[in-house]
Write a protein that binds this ligand. Sequence first.
Ligand code: NAP
Ligand code: ZN
Length: 350
Amino acid sequence: METIKAYGAQSATADLDQLSIDRRDVLATDVKIDILYCGVCHSDIHTARSEWGPAKYPVVPGHEIIGRVTATGESVTKFKEGDLVGVGCMVDSCQTCDSCKEGLEQYCENGATFTYGSEDKHIGGHTFGGYSEGVVVDEKFVLSVPENLDTEKVAPLLCAGITTWSPLRHWNVKKGDKVGVIGLGGLGHMGIKFAHAMGCHVVMITRSPGKADDAAALGADEVLISTSEEDMQKHANSFDFLLNTIPVRHDLNPYITLMKRDTTMALVGAIEPLDSMHAGLIVSKRKNIAGSMIGGIKETQEMLDFCGEHNVVSDVEMIDMQNINDAWDRVVKADVKYRFVIDMKSLKEA
Ligand code: NAP
Ligand code: ZN
């Protein structure tokens, strides 16, 4: 075992602070990774603050990990020392259930092992994420990262990227479709970039008029201010697909009225009870309200390869590990453009 530096929260109300964690020795199928960068996802905050139910403390968050391979187990075939790699939200799954066999490890019937907060089946306790110097992961859950991309801007693809890519693909969004992305944060900005790259007519649906210029630069064809009755009327019954990234409880009904007959709104943000939905709004036009969680490993690799080919990366604001508490406050205030990424050098040198 190796003891390394990390950042974590000791309780739901505590700030994040430096602490030590243990990483297992490299097993036969393991890849040891020196972490260069880690993205900051709103899920890190929900988890550490026990907003999604009681968390196991200390919480060491981080599931948008980019790093270099420093060692490999003797049975590893996909990676070698020096490779640029990524790790997302999962580090293991049963590999035997129907979901795993279909490459949908995130829906593992026996419960996937998430990068942080899951039972650690190797050294006991629970798993610790990427707000740390390094990590040891089974090669099945390690992704190849295209070297041509700007490495600092790649980390968010591992969660914000795949979480928006997967529903766009699953619901067969295609060229010319009118796609609405609700909420311009980490997930939303990747949703715009992907829908734009897929040739869709993209509408950014936001409460924040100040983000309109950015939305256009990210690839949005139009901006709909959700608090404007006039804008909502103008776009009623017009969308082929909606991707809803709102992170908290909210009223779905106004968004349902934007959908055409037979279309889908995929929820990827809130995972709590929502305000009551008016069933008449979906019954009367055969509309679908659906959900989606991250994406499988194969699909994540496809997304990264697509990004390599089309030069798609995130818009990031780099921070030092020591500034994480301020960064979290800004994420909660929807004041991030559009993903914070931690430069792990700051932790290594601390
Ligand atoms: P984020 O950066 O905080 O972005 C969320 C955006 O939603 C905000 O920038 C804001 O955009 C909008 N928003 C915030 N509060 C709102 C409210 N009360 N009503 C309407 N809009 C609101 O968060 P993120 O990292 O993109 O994550 C979004 C959510 O997805 C989080 O809950 C996160 O935990 C979850 N998540 C889910 C998965 C999954 O697998 N399903 C994966 C990763 C993350 P505007 O200013 O444009 O309105
Ligand atoms: Zn995430």
